[in-house]
Design a protein around this ligand. Structure first.
Ligand SMILES: *[C@@H]1O[C@H](CO)[C@@H](O)[C@H](O)[C@H]1NC(C)=O
Ligand SMILES: *[C@@H]1O[C@H](CO)[C@@H](O)[C@H](O)[C@H]1NC(C)=O
Ligand SMILES: *[C@@H]1O[C@H](CO)[C@@H](O)[C@H](O)[C@H]1NC(C)=O
Ligand SMILES: *[C@@H]1O[C@H](CO)[C@@H](O)[C@H](O)[C@H]1NC(C)=O
Ligand SMILES: *[C@@H]1O[C@H](CO)[C@@H](O)[C@H](O)[C@H]1NC(C)=O
Ligand SMILES: *[C@@H]1O[C@H](CO)[C@@H](O)[C@H](O)[C@H]1NC(C)=O
Ligand SMILES: *[C@@H]1O[C@H](CO)[C@@H](O)[C@H](O)[C@H]1NC(C)=O
Ligand SMILES: *[C@@H]1O[C@H](CO)[C@@H](O)[C@H](O)[C@H]1NC(C)=O
Length: 448
């Protein structure tokens, strides 16, 4: 066993040979614009770069000192950008800190906007600012198509005051939602790249009801103790690619919920945090489905979970055609887990007679170390057992001296290749199924 374990790092490097053509193409594109900045025409508070207009929030009254309320300047620049036609850059300049209050930024726009955040955007630190406002939103973009957000800057949620008020930190606190730092709702052909999000009030970045999303080269960071600070949340969204991200937070690195499909996740580094999760699904007897998901290439370090599917009892719908492959884990508490008895509630959940179906789930080339003995846990529903599980080349040793094991309840599937810990469901050789996931094409990745 020892000599297999020694090879995991080099295997990991081999795993991560991906095409960089896209990245190179984007960088070349951006550099081309920056090199031809012209002087602003007198009297016009915007700069023309080749065929692209540039509107800096500083030209609309933003002070960028971190203290002055720069919200109005942002709204003003956005309003003008949105009403023009052609390609427009709205810029938060480098080297400055802009205090932005909760804002709704709406489309549709005539133009195609690139929001270039090169400086820092900070949230008001005091939750009192949200009194009378929607507590779930800070920077909220909705109905904007062909939006690109980039710039190499930072978005700081200043979440500390929200965390101490959380009922997860202090159970005497009432349970309230806290803002998602960056939300995209009903956006089509969206690209988010080259950004850093830190210390969000709650979830860092969320895509809800969007179509064709490409997110890459994003760093998300908050302390391990910060409550519910998910990295990237994908909800009711179809066609998402998330790649080359580094996520260290207090909750799920990536969570995929509620009627989402065609999700492709690759080259993700995750930890600390709660790992990569599908679900939870089926809370409050809801019908929900997640299907056609590939997680290909991930490194998980010191996380509570590795790859996880979680469903509440009593729901319906399905989680299906999901593949987790080329994953390296280090000291992960539940490296592979399906939990159809998920119950994140103050009261114990009752056993119910229905469940969200979990079907056609593959785990391929997953190796590393488990912080607990139970490296694989399939805790499936009595009402609706897991079907079509598939395991291939799994090696999950114990992080501390000892053996690992797999536990199964109501789990059915097939397996091949090297498997440690040994599988816990009975394997039928004839029923080999390696699920092929169809993602379709994602124009968002190619169009910008
Ligand atoms: C900051 O500016 C926005 C936009 O003008 C406004 O809605 C908000 O009330 C302002 N907040 C404070 C605390 O001044
Ligand atoms: C939890 O909150 C209560 C009431 O706000 C406070 O009295 C108590 O000291 C807090 N406990 C901790 C551990 O912070
Ligand atoms: C994986 O993502 C990291 C972090 O963004 C990046 O530095 C690295 O180059 C990526 N690897 C590949 C092979 O693209
Ligand atoms: C998911 O989609 C189904 C069918 O379109 C719909 O009935 C259900 O309400 C949706 N669930 C949620 C949580 O949006
Ligand atoms: C390994 O994981 C366990 C359980 O999460 C944790 O207590 C321990 O500190 C981790 N070890 C290291 C070296 O980080
Ligand atoms: C629910 O079902 C599980 C699995 O069959 C069983 O272990 C558990 O005791 C049951 N819980 C209740 C509250 O009936
Ligand atoms: C699971 O795969 C089988 C065999 O390919 C297929 O018949 C079934 O419809 C799939 N289940 C779901 C929920 O997609
Ligand atoms: C691990 O499993 C091996 C083979 O079954 C056994 O010989 C060994 O004693 C086990 N080690 C521990 C710490 O349980």
């Amino acid at each position: 066993m020892k000599n297999i374990r020694c090879c995991s790092t080099s295997t990991f490097i081999v795993i991560f040979i991906y095409t960089t053509i896209l990245v190179t193409a984007c960088l070349t594109h951006a550099a081309g614009f920056d090199s031809v900045i012209q002087l602003p025409p007198s009297g016009l508070r915007r700069t023309r770069i080749r065929s692209r207009w540039v509107l800096s929030v500083s030209d609309y009254g933003a002070k960028g000192d971190g203290l002055h309320n720069d919200t109005e300047a942002f709204l003003e620049a956005w309003k003008i950008a949105c009403s023009l036609s052609g390609f427009i850059n709205v810029v938060f300049p480098y080297g400055k800190t802009f205090l932005v209050h909760p804002v709704d930024i709406g489309g549709p726009c005539r133009s195609r906007i690139t929001l270039r955040i090169s400086g820092t955007i900070v949230a008001p630190p005091d939750p009192v600012v949200w009194d009378g406002l929607n507590q779930r939103k800070w920077l909220y973009f909705h109905g904007v198509n062909h939006l690109t957000v980039d710039g190499g800057g930072r978005i700081n949620g200043m979440g500390q005051e929200w965390w101490v008020r959380s009922c997860k930190i202090n159970s005497t606190n009432p349970c309230h939602p806290a803002p998602t730092a960056l939300t995209f709702h009903r956006c089509k052909d969206l690209k988010v790249t080259n950004l850093m999000l830190i210390n969000s009030q709650q979830t860092h970045m969320s895509f809800t009801n969007c179509m064709r999303v490409a997110a890459s080269h994003i760093k998300l960071s908050a302390p391990a103790f910060s409550p519910n600070t998910d990295g990237i949340h994908i909800s009711s969204t179809k066609g998402v690619e998330v790649r080359d991200c580094v996520i260290r937070t207090g909750d799920d690195c990536i969570s995929i919920v509620r009627n989402s499909s065609r999700v492709w996740i690759r080259n993700i580094s995750c930890g600390p945090g709660h790992g990569i999760s599908i679900g939870s699904l089926g809370k409050s007897k809801k019908w929900e489905m997640v299907q056609n998901v590939i997680v290909d290439g991930a490194y998980l370090y010191n996380t509570d979970n590795g790859v996880r599917i979680k469903t509440w009892q009593g729901g319906s719908g399905f989680a299906s055609k999901i593949t987790f492959q080329n994953i390296l884990m280090e000291n992960v508490s539940n490296p592979i887990i399906i939990d159809q008895y998920y119950c994140d509630s103050r009261h114990p959940c009752q056993n119910e007679s229905s469940a969200v179906r979990v079907e056609n789930i593959s785990f391929i080339d997953i190796q590393g170390t488990s912080a607990t003995e139970e490296a694989i846990k399939f805790s499936c529903s009595d009402a609706s057992p897991c079907e079509g599980l598939y395991l291939e080349n799994i090696f999950l040793a114990s992080y501390v001296p000892g053996n690992t094991s797999a536990i199964c309840w109501q789990a059915h599937g097939t397996a091949r290749g090297f498997l440690y810990p040994p599988v816990c469901f009975s394997i039928s050789d004839d029923a080999f199924i390696r699920h092929n996931i169809r993602l379709g094409s994602n124009p968002a990745i190619h169009s910008v």
